[in-house]
Design a protein around this ligand. Sequence first.
Ligand SMILES: C[S@@+](CC[C@H](N)C(=O)[O-])C[C@H]1O[C@@H](n2cnc3c(N)ncnc32)[C@H](O)[C@@H]1O
Length: 598
Amino acid sequence: MIRRTLAEAAKFLPETITAPRTDPIYNCHSYLTKVPIAAIQPFIETFTKPGDTIADFFAGSGMTGLAALTLGRNARLSDISALGQHIAQGYLAQAPSIAVSQAVDQVVRDARAKMGDLYTTTRCTDGSKQELIRTVWSFTYVCPSCSEQLVFFEHVSRGRAPRACSACDSPFARRSWGRAEDVPVETVVIGEDGRQLTQRASELDKSHIRRAAEDPRLHLIPSLVIDKNREMYSRSGLGKSGMTETRKFFSPRNAIALLELWRAINDVDDGNVRQKLRFAFTAILPRASKRYQWSAQRPLNAQNQTYYIAPVYYEWNVFDLFKRKAKAVMKATEVLFPPGLAEALSETDIDYQIASADKLRHLKSESIDYVFTDPPFGSNIFYSDMNLFHEAWIGTITDASAEAVVHTTGPRKKDAEKRYEQLLRTSFGEALRVLKPGRCMSVVFGNSNGKIWGLVQRAIRDAGFNSTPMHVAILDKGQRSIKGLNSGSESVVTVDLVITVRKPEKGESKQGAHDLRAGDTAELISEAITELEAVHTTNPSQIYARILQKAINKGFVLDNLHLSDVLVALRSSGFSVDPKTGRLSRQWKDDRLRMATI
Ligand SMILES: C[S@@+](CC[C@H](N)C(=O)[O-])C[C@H]1O[C@@H](n2cnc3c(N)ncnc32)[C@H](O)[C@@H]1O
């Protein structure tokens, strides 16, 4: 009965779910590869009813739990991520805005007082004392031929990258030139007209910076080592830059401001208010660090998948960042717990455990009505390595020994793919165990490598789910970084799929369990490209996702269906990818010319 109802309900789910990453909840606290709750809600509404219990065992920042909460469902969340648990609990803490706002004022007042005058500067137009809004810092490079120093900002602020050493004309190369101390180049304060005023970094600024660098409180900054066995150590070139500890990512001045703020927050009496402030605090860490990238037009966000520091970066006033973030946190809390509904929602039971997805011992068999989950995508992102940056402050660390990622370097490279496959297979086995018979699991997945897709398909099938999916949706979270799009690298897939499968009823044969078959994927690619002119598509990822969707619905195994093949086929059909926007375009003129020549 349920089986038919769910299958029928699935027919009303759209084939493409569009949920841009712009809502106040999504943007409140970053976490790698969050799924916006608007993308999860249609699935929960389709496959459950109010009061049901949903599980997500790769829960990350807990978006499935928040989506469940908004719809009056319970949730059992788990992940190995200490940071994920901290974020989810921060979202879920219920504290009145007025209490949060008063506490924010108090902690900022206390921390400012302890900070002293380290953020103070002189406004160049009238000599008045001002608190800095931000300072711009630049890498300094050293010419390998003559040791002349080159301040990177002096060139890029004039709109062009440095070409050569000003003293000996040796060609400039970022990778091979050594580095000297970073230098402050500009400061920004409020001008006499109330607008932001940019001025050169002064001697007073430099003396405050020197004083901060000798401050004994620097020894108290919470920090974790990012050791060379971590994948992100080599991927982010940390050995070369010496950034092997999380505290090094903060200027001494910002490290002291953060420390004083963190201490004041941890002294707040009310547990829920404290939790909200701790949440707002960890939310500002990337921007409070050297990872906040300068750009001539407007600040570029920190790259949250890597430890990259741009050659020109910001040292942003921590107190301003925190006050602004606290406002966003209060807004998100009001969206999540609308006035009038807050009491009813607090009845909903959302629990978050630290557990590996392959060992869900805290969940009873056949106790869950629906699973919505989003496992790591192969070797794309190393969550536990990136979590260290925040976890140094929250004081608990992710145990990465069971992390479901495919290592590409270091001691865990050996058999990495096998381990990943085994972990997914056992995790889906656990999902099958905890689900009630006949109920569904939706898995979000995105990768540009067909081999990884095939591995996921087999893991779902071998766990015992019906491998013919009940529904396959394209999840479009909007355009992300398009860097490297032409190379077809894994990280550029901007579209994921949501594959929904069903646990067989008791006594029902595992119908369709072994019918994954090799299909003509080349034909699917050429079909998709032929259809392209009639369909509104924006980038190669979307075409790839549509091809995958078709192939899965036909029961094809995806091992040989790679994004790179789609890119090659697109190019040979006359399409090109705009390197700036990542969008596809076709050379119509050339095409007509070619047709005419033929
Ligand atoms: C794609 S993210 C999930 C993000 C989540 N959907 C959200 O909205 O924040 C994948 C998550 O899997 C977690 N993970 C990796 N290995 C795991 C394991 N063995 N057991 C449980 N979680 C794991 C990572 O810590 C990460 O949080």
